[in-house]
Structures are given as C-alpha cells and as structure tokens.
Design a protein around this ligand. Structure first.
Ligand code: F6R
Length: 236
C-alpha cells in the first residue's frame, strides 16, 4: 500500500486529480470508478479545470459510480447522480451515456443490482476506483456486517452514516435510510484503488482499516488484500 500524507485538502485534491488525469492521459478509454461525498469534490474541481485547459480529455472515458440513495431520482439535489452532474459531468467532455450511477428508483432492485454488476463486468472492471471512507469503515455503502457482500446490493445505512450525511440534508430525518451500492467484488476488481481521506476525524478509521485485522465489521480492511492501493490522507 502506498500511503501519501499531505497537510491540506488542496494538496490531497491536486495529487488525487493528478493520479486520475495521468491514468486518462495514458489510457484515453479508461474506466473510472467514481465516488461522491465531500472528499472528492476538490479532485473533481481540478479535473474540470484541467479538462477545460486541455490537459486531460474525457471524451472516451467511461465512469461507473459506487452508489445511490434509494428513493431519490437523479434530479433530486441530494441524489448522487445530481452530485456527479454538478461536480464533474457537467464540467468535462465525458459523454453523458458513458456515465453510470446506480438507479435509486428502480422498479426491480434485484434486476438493477444484477444489471450493474453485469455492466462493470462488461467494461472489464474499473481501471481506477476512487473511494472515500466512512467513519464506520464503509466503502461505497458497504456497511459493517458479519460478512462481506460481494455483489451490488440494497443496504440499510448505519445510524452513524445517516448522521454523518445529515449535513447535506435539512435534517437527519430526511436522509434516505437505504442505498444501492456496488459490492466488494467490483471494488476489489479495480486495477488500481485510490482512497482519499481528509481531516483528523478519519485518522482512527484509516489506522484500523490498514493496520488492523481484515474484517467485514470494517469493510475497508479488505483493501489490505488489494495489490495496488494508494491512500492519500490530508491532516486538515
Ligand atoms: C460515496 C461513498 C461513501 C463516501 C464516504 C465518505 O459515494 O461511497 O463511501 O465515500 O461516506 O464520505 P465523505 O467523503 O463525505 O466523508
């Protein structure tokens, strides 16, 4: 595991964006696994600026996102589809049809989940999976459980996740209680993993995830078994 410690969120966002940009420059048809949440916002800002400046071209890139809240349509301001449009897709030259976010309002979730795994499989997995980490050790929305969930699935969000994400809503009551998330298999199949975490609040969970036992009670700990993981941690 390659652990990069930086001082500021700006540094984290520059280094993270540089890794993604370098990959896309080397492989214009790259498949990017993308994340939402507050951690990647700076990375997306940099990628948008570098795309505009002509340094990196997204015209042949395909993206697959990790997760989506259940019950939120793509035009809901708190949905992850909306987040991706606002923070990245509307600002780079990626083809809209090449961007994939799980459907949080599927009629048949079992079919939606199967279809999402088939999609990732048909793309040959992701070249790089960008991940944040939850305070409870979740990646995507793979929450602590008694086993690792391999496939894309519907998950009950943990109370700590609901509380952490309440900052994006008017109140914790408004946070959806369930989400659909890519499972651990598609995440682990990524050729490269880039996990970003900023601020002292994430220090303890990072320590446990990468230096503690591998356990489904802390899903990110499975990343210890991945051959190519970079963690960028910023102190602020
Ligand atoms: C988001 C996701 C989550 C977040 C995690 C950290 O797509 O999959 O695992 O990465 O909850 O969120 P932030 O970055 O807001 O601390």
């Amino acid at each position: 595991m390659n652990f990069i410690k930086v001082k500021t969120y700006e540094e984290l966002s520059q280094k993270g964006a540089a890794m993604i940009a370098a990959l896309v420059v080397n492989k214009p048809k790259a498949v990017l696994g993308l994340a939402t949440g507050s951690s990647p916002v700076g990375i997306y800002k940099n990628l948008a600026a570098w795309n505009k400046a002509g340094y990196v071209d997204f015209s042949e890139v395909t993206s697959v996102n990790l997760d989506e809240y259940l019950g939120l349509k793509g035009d809901h301001p708190q949905s992850y589809r909306y987040f991706m449009q606002e923070n990245l897709f509307n600002h780079v030259n990626i083809r809209p049809e090449a961007t994939h976010v799980p459907n949080g309002c599927a009629e048949d979730y079992a079919k939606e989940c199967e279809g999402y795994d088939a999609l990732v499989e048909s793309l040959g997995g992701t070249d790089l999976q960008l991940l944040g980490i939850g305070l409870d050790g979740h990646i995507g929305f793979n929450e602590p459980a008694d086993h690792f969930e391999k496939a894309t699935h519907v998950v009950d969000l943990h109370p700590s996740t609901i509380e952490a994400n309440a900052r994006f809503f008017n109140s914790a009551d408004e946070v959806p209680k369930q989400a659909v998330t890519m499972g651990m298999l598609s995440i682990m199949r990524a050729k490269k993993i880039l996990l970003i975490a900023n601020g002292p609040a994430k220090k303890e969970v990072l320590e446990k995830a990468f230096n503690g036992p591998i356990t489904p009670m802390l899903p990110a700990s499975l990343l210890q078994l991945h051959p190519d993981v970079t963690v960028i941690y910023s102190e602020q």
